[in-house]
Design a protein around this ligand. Structure first.
Ligand code: ATP
Ligand code: FE
Length: 351
């Protein structure tokens, strides 16, 4: 199967062509500069830029794959969740391409794109356990099939990506915050500042990250009051302390998720990580070590397939297409679209 994928749910306009598990092309047009003066993504600006760029991205993706629309089997598009203006740009473009070429249309959940990426990069059979950790989400999922996701737990407030972005903003570092905080943390002392590890005293794998930014804000303001500003080293130490706290929480809660799974089934076929925050080397290293201790195969896709891209949408589209999913001109854009709606509980039922 050769699938053209389109993605425009947040601040990256992307198109890609995927054949089987080969990524023939993957074009990502980032909007970081467009939003940099505002300290966050401005939905209206994002929507306009998606509408302007999506056709160019599609043309470029087909060009790099040395194919035309005639050569693809279907057009997969992110139909949510995300910023509605952006999602609409992608859906309308995909409908136009489908109407013009007669190629079938497949609407894809953006989170399913992230969650199925480990199968694009590795031969990982269903079911597998995963941590989907991104700009807007953080959840442990049991992935039983392309449309069967069971949520074991997740954040009760902010997503870690959001916390990385806020941390960067509070310290005057560039957006997106994840890569800049990670870069600063490399020369920092993670022990200098105390950061909370919330909910570790509670059973299960729910998490909380909103207290981290409050702790950071307090530490930052008290340093500024004491010494009139922040040194480069202060920033690095705060980033290192913050990142270590996120990493510790994710590691401990992953241990719980593995324990829950292993108490139902003695063999866990694999644990995967995906989403933008999965690009973080410290977090990858912590989870690699944990899975090695448990004898569980650990899958972490390459960085460019962790952050938003259209190859994951094309791949998820291929899995859905193979199951018979076909959409038409009535395909809608969904601002909200939880992944675990359709799954009957397996672990949750106490089976
Ligand atoms: P969602 O997928 O939940 O709808 P999104 O699509 O905006 O949200 P992604 O593109 O998957 O999110 O991830 C972007 C997030 O990942 C940003 O918050 C960014 O700061 C974070 N991120 C990217 N690289 C890193 C990194 N190296 N370390 C930590 N966080 C990172
Ligand atoms: Fe995403």
């Amino acid at each position: 199967l050769t699938i053209l994928g389109l993605e425009s749910s947040c601040d990256d306009t992307a198109a890609a062509v995927v054949r089987g598990r080969d990524v023939l092309s993957s074009v990502v047009w980032g909007q970081t500069e467009l939003h940099s003066a505002f300290g966050g993504v401005v939905p209206e600006l994002a929507a306009r830029a998606h509408a302007e760029k999506i056709d160019l991205c599609v043309a470029e993706a087909l060009d790099r794959a040395e194919l035309t629309l005639r050569d693809v089997d279907a057009i997969a598009v992110t139909a949510g969740p995300g910023l509605i203006g952006g999602v609409l740009s992608g859906v309308m473009c995909a409908k136009g391409l489908s109407a013009g070429s007669g190629k079938p249309l497949v609407g894809v959940n953006h989170l399913a794109g992230h969650a199925l990426t480990p199968r694009l990069t590795d031969s990982l059979p269903f079911p597998y356990l995963m941590l989907l950790v991104s700009g807007g989400h953080c959840q442990f999922l049991l992935v039983r099939g392309p449309q069967a996701f069971e949520r074991l737990g997740g954040t009760i407030d902010d997503a870690p990506g959001e916390a990385f972005d806020k941390t960067a903003r509070l310290l005057g570092l560039p957006q997106p915050g994840g890569p800049s905080v990670e870069a600063e943390a490399r020369t920092g002392d993670p022990k200098r500042f105390a950061f909370p590890r919330p909910l570790l005293d509670r059973p299960g794998c729910d998490m909380s990250f909103s207290g981290l930014k409050t702790a950071l804000l307090r530490q930052r303001d008290s340093l500024i009051a004491d010494q009139g500003g922040l040194t480069r080293q202060d920033r690095a130490d705060m980033c290192a302390g913050f990142q270590a706290a996120v990493s510790d929480v994710l590691q401990e809660k992953t241990r719980r998720a593995l324990d829950i799974y292993l108490s139902h089934d003695p063999v866990c076929p694999g644990f995967a990580i995906a989403g933008g925050v999965a690009a973080n080397q410290g977090i990858r290293a912590a989870l690699t070590g944990l899975c090695a201790q448990h004898g569980v195969n650990f899958v972490a896709p390459p960085l460019a397939l962790c952050t938003d891209n259209a190859a994951m949408i094309a791949y998820a589209g291929a899995e859905l297409f193979a199951l018979g999913q076909r959409d038409d001109m009535t395909l809608q854009a969904h601002p909200r679209w939880p992944l675990d709606k359709s799954a009957a509980p397996l672990l949750g039922s106490g089976k």
